[in-house]
Design a protein around this ligand. Sequence first.
Ligand code: ADP
Ligand code: MG
Length: 351
Amino acid sequence: MAYIELSGVTKRFGKVAAVNRLDLSIEQGECVAMLGPSGCGKTTTLRMVAGFEDLDDGEIRVGDRVISSKKKHFYLPPENRNFGMVFQAFAVWPHMSVFENVAFPLRIRKLPREEIQARAEEALKHTNLWSVAEGSPDDLSGGGKQRVALARALAIRPDVMLLDEPLSSLDPHFREEMRFEIKDLQRRFHHSILYVTHDQSEAMALSDRILVMKGGVVQQVGSPLEIYGAPANRFVFEFIGLSSFLQVALRDGRMEVAGASYAPPAPPPPELAAAGGAWLAARPNEIAFSTEGGVSGTVERKAYLGEVIDYRVRVGEAEVRVQKTRREPGPEVGETCGLIFARPRWYPLEG
Ligand SMILES: Nc1ncnc2c1ncn2[C@@H]1O[C@H](COP(=O)(O)OP(=O)(O)O)[C@@H](O)[C@H]1O
Ligand SMILES: [Mg+2]
Protein backbone atom coordinates (compact mmCIF):
# COMPACT_ATOMS: atom_id res chain seq x y z
CA MET A 1 0.00 0.00 0.00
CA ALA A 2 1.15 3.49 -0.76
CA TYR A 3 2.38 5.46 2.20
CA ILE A 4 1.00 8.85 1.18
CA GLU A 5 -2.01 8.96 -1.04
CA LEU A 6 -3.61 12.01 -2.66
CA SER A 7 -6.89 11.31 -4.43
CA GLY A 8 -8.83 13.85 -6.45
CA VAL A 9 -7.13 16.68 -4.60
CA THR A 10 -8.47 20.02 -5.82
CA LYS A 11 -7.88 23.62 -4.74
CA ARG A 12 -9.54 26.65 -6.26
CA PHE A 13 -8.69 30.30 -5.75
CA GLY A 14 -11.77 32.13 -7.02
CA LYS A 15 -12.73 30.45 -10.29
CA VAL A 16 -9.27 29.17 -11.09
CA ALA A 17 -8.32 25.63 -10.10
CA ALA A 18 -4.74 25.97 -8.85
CA VAL A 19 -4.71 22.17 -8.42
CA ASN A 20 -7.22 20.05 -10.31
CA ARG A 21 -8.12 16.44 -9.33
CA LEU A 22 -4.61 15.44 -8.48
CA ASP A 23 -3.94 11.74 -7.81
CA LEU A 24 -0.58 10.67 -6.48
CA SER A 25 0.75 7.93 -4.26
CA ILE A 26 4.18 7.91 -2.70
CA GLU A 27 5.70 4.74 -1.26
CA GLN A 28 7.61 4.47 1.98
CA GLY A 29 11.16 5.65 1.29
CA GLU A 30 10.31 7.02 -2.14
CA CYS A 31 11.24 10.48 -3.39
CA VAL A 32 8.75 12.02 -5.79
CA ALA A 33 9.64 15.30 -7.47
CA MET A 34 6.83 17.60 -8.45
CA LEU A 35 8.05 19.48 -11.50
CA GLY A 36 6.49 22.26 -13.52
CA PRO A 37 6.71 25.93 -14.47
CA SER A 38 6.03 28.73 -12.02
CA GLY A 39 2.36 29.00 -11.05
CA CYS A 40 1.42 25.43 -12.01
CA GLY A 41 0.25 24.53 -8.47
CA LYS A 42 3.28 22.88 -6.86
CA THR A 43 3.42 24.94 -3.69
CA THR A 44 -0.36 24.80 -3.30
CA THR A 45 -0.18 20.99 -3.43
CA LEU A 46 2.60 20.89 -0.86
CA ARG A 47 0.70 23.25 1.43
CA MET A 48 -2.35 21.00 1.26
CA VAL A 49 -0.23 17.99 2.22
CA ALA A 50 1.33 19.99 5.05
CA GLY A 51 -2.10 21.05 6.29
CA PHE A 52 -1.77 24.81 5.67
CA GLU A 53 -4.55 24.77 3.07
CA ASP A 54 -7.87 22.95 3.12
CA LEU A 55 -9.16 21.12 0.03
CA ASP A 56 -12.02 22.02 -2.30
CA ASP A 57 -12.29 18.37 -3.17
CA GLY A 58 -10.54 15.07 -2.56
CA GLU A 59 -8.66 13.40 0.24
CA ILE A 60 -5.12 12.92 1.55
CA ARG A 61 -4.00 9.87 3.54
CA VAL A 62 -0.80 8.91 5.32
CA GLY A 63 -0.57 5.19 6.03
CA ASP A 64 -4.10 4.12 6.90
CA ARG A 65 -4.99 7.49 8.33
CA VAL A 66 -6.98 10.25 6.61
CA ILE A 67 -5.29 13.60 7.31
CA SER A 68 -7.38 15.86 5.01
CA SER A 69 -10.79 15.18 3.62
CA LYS A 70 -13.25 17.57 2.04
CA LYS A 71 -16.09 15.07 2.22
CA LYS A 72 -15.52 14.24 5.89
CA HIS A 73 -14.79 17.87 6.77
CA PHE A 74 -11.68 16.65 8.51
CA TYR A 75 -8.28 18.32 8.69
CA LEU A 76 -5.53 17.18 10.98
CA PRO A 77 -3.75 20.39 12.09
CA PRO A 78 -0.24 20.88 10.66
CA GLU A 79 1.39 20.55 14.09
CA ASN A 80 -0.13 17.07 14.45
CA ARG A 81 1.21 15.90 11.12
CA ASN A 82 4.70 14.58 11.68
CA PHE A 83 6.17 16.23 8.60
CA GLY A 84 9.57 17.84 8.16
CA MET A 85 9.50 20.90 5.95
CA VAL A 86 12.15 22.92 4.14
CA PHE A 87 11.28 25.95 2.03
CA GLN A 88 13.09 28.10 -0.50
CA ALA A 89 13.69 31.05 1.83
CA PHE A 90 16.33 30.53 4.50
CA ALA A 91 13.99 30.06 7.45
CA VAL A 92 16.54 30.09 10.24
CA TRP A 93 16.23 32.03 13.46
CA PRO A 94 19.26 34.37 13.53
CA HIS A 95 19.11 35.07 17.29
CA MET A 96 19.51 31.36 18.14
CA SER A 97 22.61 29.23 17.72
CA VAL A 98 22.67 26.58 15.02
CA PHE A 99 22.11 23.97 17.73
CA GLU A 100 19.10 25.83 19.14
CA ASN A 101 17.61 26.22 15.67
CA VAL A 102 17.53 22.44 15.43
CA ALA A 103 16.57 21.77 19.05
CA PHE A 104 13.79 24.35 19.29
CA PRO A 105 11.00 22.36 17.58
CA LEU A 106 11.88 19.44 19.88
CA ARG A 107 11.54 21.69 22.94
CA ILE A 108 8.13 22.80 21.66
CA ARG A 109 7.21 19.12 21.53
CA LYS A 110 8.31 18.84 25.15
CA LEU A 111 10.68 15.95 24.55
CA PRO A 112 12.98 14.95 27.46
CA ARG A 113 16.20 16.95 27.60
CA GLU A 114 18.52 13.99 26.81
CA GLU A 115 16.36 13.06 23.85
CA ILE A 116 16.55 16.62 22.49
CA GLN A 117 20.33 16.64 22.91
CA ALA A 118 20.72 13.27 21.18
CA ARG A 119 18.41 14.04 18.26
CA ALA A 120 19.81 17.51 17.59
CA GLU A 121 23.36 16.15 17.73
CA GLU A 122 22.53 13.34 15.33
CA ALA A 123 20.80 15.66 12.85
CA LEU A 124 23.68 18.15 12.99
CA LYS A 125 26.24 15.42 12.42
CA HIS A 126 24.34 14.03 9.45
CA THR A 127 24.25 17.48 7.85
CA ASN A 128 27.93 18.25 8.62
CA LEU A 129 27.03 21.10 10.97
CA TRP A 130 28.25 19.67 14.26
CA SER A 131 31.46 21.71 14.20
CA VAL A 132 29.49 24.98 13.90
CA ALA A 133 26.65 24.01 16.25
CA GLU A 134 27.45 26.75 18.78
CA GLY A 135 27.80 29.46 16.13
CA SER A 136 25.14 31.71 14.64
CA PRO A 137 23.38 30.62 11.45
CA ASP A 138 24.04 34.15 10.18
CA ASP A 139 27.71 33.24 9.81
CA LEU A 140 26.83 30.41 7.41
CA SER A 141 26.51 30.55 3.62
CA GLY A 142 23.14 30.08 1.95
CA GLY A 143 23.92 26.38 1.62
CA GLY A 144 24.79 26.22 5.33
CA LYS A 145 21.53 27.91 6.29
CA GLN A 146 19.56 25.42 4.19
CA ARG A 147 21.44 22.60 5.93
CA VAL A 148 20.25 24.01 9.26
CA ALA A 149 16.69 23.94 7.93
CA LEU A 150 17.26 20.37 6.77
CA ALA A 151 18.71 19.31 10.13
CA ARG A 152 15.74 20.87 11.91
CA ALA A 153 13.36 18.90 9.70
CA LEU A 154 15.33 15.66 10.26
CA ALA A 155 15.49 16.05 14.03
CA ILE A 156 11.75 15.67 14.46
CA ARG A 157 12.09 12.21 12.83
CA PRO A 158 9.40 13.00 10.31
CA ASP A 159 7.16 10.47 8.58
CA VAL A 160 7.37 12.56 5.44
CA MET A 161 9.72 15.27 4.20
CA LEU A 162 8.19 18.14 2.24
CA LEU A 163 10.70 20.27 0.37
CA ASP A 164 9.67 23.32 -1.65
CA GLU A 165 12.46 24.46 -3.98
CA PRO A 166 14.97 24.18 -1.12
CA LEU A 167 18.00 24.71 -3.36
CA SER A 168 16.79 27.40 -5.73
CA SER A 169 18.29 30.32 -3.78
CA LEU A 170 21.72 28.69 -3.70
CA ASP A 171 24.69 29.17 -6.01
CA PRO A 172 24.84 26.47 -8.71
CA HIS A 173 27.91 24.92 -7.07
CA PHE A 174 26.20 24.46 -3.69
CA ARG A 175 23.04 23.33 -5.40
CA GLU A 176 24.70 20.29 -6.95
CA GLU A 177 26.54 19.40 -3.78
CA MET A 178 23.37 19.58 -1.70
CA ARG A 179 21.47 17.39 -4.16
CA PHE A 180 23.84 14.60 -3.24
CA GLU A 181 23.52 15.32 0.46
CA ILE A 182 19.73 15.19 0.31
CA LYS A 183 19.86 11.96 -1.68
CA ASP A 184 22.24 10.42 0.87
CA LEU A 185 19.98 11.42 3.75
CA GLN A 186 16.99 9.90 2.00
CA ARG A 187 18.83 6.59 1.55
CA ARG A 188 19.95 6.59 5.17
CA PHE A 189 16.61 7.49 6.76
CA HIS A 190 14.29 5.94 4.19
CA HIS A 191 11.96 8.94 4.27
CA SER A 192 9.14 9.50 1.88
CA ILE A 193 9.86 12.81 0.18
CA LEU A 194 7.71 15.16 -1.83
CA TYR A 195 10.17 17.49 -3.52
CA VAL A 196 8.95 20.56 -5.39
CA THR A 197 11.14 22.07 -8.07
CA HIS A 198 10.98 23.89 -11.41
CA ASP A 199 14.48 22.61 -12.26
CA GLN A 200 14.31 19.48 -14.40
CA SER A 201 17.90 18.39 -13.78
CA GLU A 202 17.31 18.60 -10.03
CA ALA A 203 14.18 16.46 -10.39
CA MET A 204 16.10 13.95 -12.52
CA ALA A 205 19.03 13.73 -10.10
CA LEU A 206 17.03 13.39 -6.89
CA SER A 207 13.83 11.54 -7.44
CA ASP A 208 12.61 8.00 -7.93
CA ARG A 209 9.62 9.32 -9.82
CA ILE A 210 8.69 12.67 -11.32
CA LEU A 211 5.25 14.21 -11.54
CA VAL A 212 5.02 16.85 -14.26
CA MET A 213 2.34 19.45 -13.77
CA LYS A 214 0.92 22.23 -15.94
CA GLY A 215 -1.87 24.63 -14.99
CA GLY A 216 -2.86 22.56 -11.96
CA VAL A 217 -3.23 19.38 -14.02
CA VAL A 218 -0.92 16.35 -13.87
CA GLN A 219 0.66 15.72 -17.27
CA GLN A 220 2.65 12.58 -16.49
CA VAL A 221 3.99 10.55 -13.58
CA GLY A 222 6.93 8.24 -14.16
CA SER A 223 10.56 7.41 -13.51
CA PRO A 224 13.08 10.01 -14.71
CA LEU A 225 13.91 7.70 -17.60
CA GLU A 226 10.26 7.32 -18.63
CA ILE A 227 9.67 11.04 -18.43
CA TYR A 228 12.74 11.78 -20.53
CA GLY A 229 12.49 8.88 -22.95
CA ALA A 230 8.74 8.64 -23.46
CA PRO A 231 7.11 12.00 -22.69
CA ALA A 232 3.31 11.69 -22.61
CA ASN A 233 2.70 14.88 -24.57
CA ARG A 234 4.39 17.78 -26.29
CA PHE A 235 4.45 19.88 -23.14
CA VAL A 236 6.40 17.24 -21.19
CA PHE A 237 8.74 16.68 -24.13
CA GLU A 238 9.52 20.39 -24.30
CA PHE A 239 9.81 20.90 -20.56
CA ILE A 240 12.35 18.10 -20.05
CA GLY A 241 15.61 18.50 -21.89
CA LEU A 242 16.26 20.08 -25.28
CA SER A 243 13.72 19.56 -27.99
CA SER A 244 13.11 20.02 -31.69
CA PHE A 245 9.68 19.95 -33.31
CA LEU A 246 8.46 19.84 -36.89
CA GLN A 247 4.84 20.29 -37.84
CA VAL A 248 4.04 17.69 -40.50
CA ALA A 249 1.03 16.81 -42.62
CA LEU A 250 0.32 13.08 -42.90
CA ARG A 251 -1.24 11.81 -46.11
CA ASP A 252 -1.30 8.37 -47.77
CA GLY A 253 1.53 7.01 -45.67
CA ARG A 254 3.76 10.01 -46.51
CA MET A 255 4.69 13.03 -44.47
CA GLU A 256 4.79 16.55 -45.86
CA VAL A 257 7.00 19.27 -44.48
CA ALA A 258 7.42 22.74 -45.95
CA GLY A 259 6.03 21.72 -49.34
CA ALA A 260 8.10 18.55 -49.76
CA SER A 261 6.98 14.94 -49.30
CA TYR A 262 8.97 12.26 -47.48
CA ALA A 263 8.63 8.71 -46.24
CA PRO A 264 8.14 9.11 -42.46
CA PRO A 265 11.10 7.99 -40.31
CA ALA A 266 8.72 5.57 -38.53
CA PRO A 267 5.00 4.92 -38.86
CA PRO A 268 3.03 7.57 -36.95
CA PRO A 269 0.22 6.37 -34.65
CA PRO A 270 -2.94 5.62 -36.69
CA GLU A 271 -5.04 8.24 -34.89
CA LEU A 272 -2.56 10.97 -35.86
CA ALA A 273 -2.38 9.69 -39.44
CA ALA A 274 -6.20 9.82 -39.49
CA ALA A 275 -6.11 13.38 -38.11
CA GLY A 276 -3.92 14.34 -41.08
CA GLY A 277 -1.09 15.97 -39.15
CA ALA A 278 1.21 15.80 -36.14
CA TRP A 279 4.23 17.20 -34.37
CA LEU A 280 7.34 15.21 -35.10
CA ALA A 281 9.52 15.55 -32.01
CA ALA A 282 13.15 14.65 -31.37
CA ARG A 283 16.01 15.50 -29.05
CA PRO A 284 18.76 17.50 -30.81
CA ASN A 285 21.20 14.60 -30.37
CA GLU A 286 18.74 12.15 -31.96
CA ILE A 287 18.86 13.87 -35.35
CA ALA A 288 21.54 12.92 -37.90
CA PHE A 289 22.79 14.83 -40.94
CA SER A 290 22.59 13.08 -44.26
CA THR A 291 23.84 14.02 -47.71
CA GLU A 292 21.21 11.85 -49.40
CA GLY A 293 17.63 11.74 -48.16
CA GLY A 294 16.11 13.08 -44.97
CA VAL A 295 14.09 16.23 -44.42
CA SER A 296 15.72 19.04 -46.37
CA GLY A 297 16.86 22.13 -44.47
CA THR A 298 19.40 24.93 -44.48
CA VAL A 299 21.94 25.53 -41.73
CA GLU A 300 21.40 29.03 -40.29
CA ARG A 301 23.68 28.95 -37.29
CA LYS A 302 26.46 26.78 -35.98
CA ALA A 303 27.83 27.31 -32.49
CA TYR A 304 30.66 25.52 -30.70
CA LEU A 305 29.62 24.70 -27.14
CA GLY A 306 32.75 23.00 -25.89
CA GLU A 307 32.51 19.35 -26.86
CA VAL A 308 29.18 19.86 -28.62
CA ILE A 309 28.33 21.68 -31.83
CA ASP A 310 24.87 23.23 -31.84
CA TYR A 311 23.18 23.68 -35.24
CA ARG A 312 20.02 25.63 -36.03
CA VAL A 313 18.55 24.28 -39.25
CA ARG A 314 15.74 26.10 -41.07
CA VAL A 315 13.00 23.82 -42.43
CA GLY A 316 10.23 25.99 -43.87
CA GLU A 317 8.87 28.02 -40.96
CA ALA A 318 10.50 25.85 -38.34
CA GLU A 319 13.94 25.93 -36.77
CA VAL A 320 15.27 22.48 -35.91
CA ARG A 321 18.03 22.18 -33.35
CA VAL A 322 20.67 19.51 -33.93
CA GLN A 323 23.62 18.72 -31.68
CA LYS A 324 26.68 16.70 -32.62
CA THR A 325 30.02 16.11 -30.95
CA ARG A 326 33.04 17.95 -32.37
CA ARG A 327 34.37 14.77 -33.93
CA GLU A 328 31.32 14.17 -36.11
CA PRO A 329 31.34 15.80 -39.54
CA GLY A 330 28.56 18.32 -40.19
CA PRO A 331 27.47 20.96 -42.67
CA GLU A 332 28.54 24.60 -42.67
CA VAL A 333 26.34 27.68 -42.32
CA GLY A 334 24.38 28.31 -45.52
CA GLU A 335 24.61 24.72 -46.74
CA THR A 336 21.57 22.56 -47.33
CA CYS A 337 21.42 19.21 -45.58
CA GLY A 338 19.11 16.26 -44.96
CA LEU A 339 17.84 15.58 -41.43
CA ILE A 340 17.29 11.98 -40.36
CA PHE A 341 15.11 11.57 -37.28
CA ALA A 342 16.62 8.53 -35.59
CA ARG A 343 14.14 8.40 -32.73
CA PRO A 344 10.97 10.16 -33.78
CA ARG A 345 8.07 10.73 -31.43
CA TRP A 346 4.66 11.95 -32.53
CA TYR A 347 2.24 14.25 -30.75
CA PRO A 348 -1.15 15.64 -31.73
CA LEU A 349 -1.12 19.16 -33.14
CA GLU A 350 -3.50 20.45 -30.51
CA GLY A 351 -3.23 19.71 -26.80
N1 ADP B 1 -3.45 32.33 -1.62
C1 ADP B 1 -3.70 32.42 -2.92
N2 ADP B 1 -4.69 33.19 -3.38
C2 ADP B 1 -4.97 33.29 -4.70
N3 ADP B 1 -4.30 32.63 -5.65
C3 ADP B 1 -3.29 31.85 -5.28
C4 ADP B 1 -2.92 31.69 -3.88
N4 ADP B 1 -1.87 30.83 -3.80
C5 ADP B 1 -1.61 30.47 -5.08
N5 ADP B 1 -2.43 31.06 -5.96
C6 ADP B 1 -2.45 30.87 -7.41
O1 ADP B 1 -2.50 29.47 -7.67
C7 ADP B 1 -1.67 29.12 -8.75
C8 ADP B 1 -0.63 28.09 -8.30
O2 ADP B 1 0.30 28.71 -7.43
P1 ADP B 1 1.50 27.93 -6.73
O3 ADP B 1 0.96 26.67 -6.15
O4 ADP B 1 2.19 28.86 -5.83
O5 ADP B 1 2.42 27.58 -8.00
P2 ADP B 1 3.95 27.06 -8.05
O6 ADP B 1 4.39 26.72 -6.68
O7 ADP B 1 3.88 25.89 -8.98
O8 ADP B 1 4.73 28.19 -8.65
C9 ADP B 1 -1.07 30.40 -9.26
O9 ADP B 1 -1.85 30.85 -10.33
C10 ADP B 1 -1.17 31.33 -8.08
O10 ADP B 1 -1.27 32.67 -8.50
MG1 MG C 1 6.04 27.49 -5.57
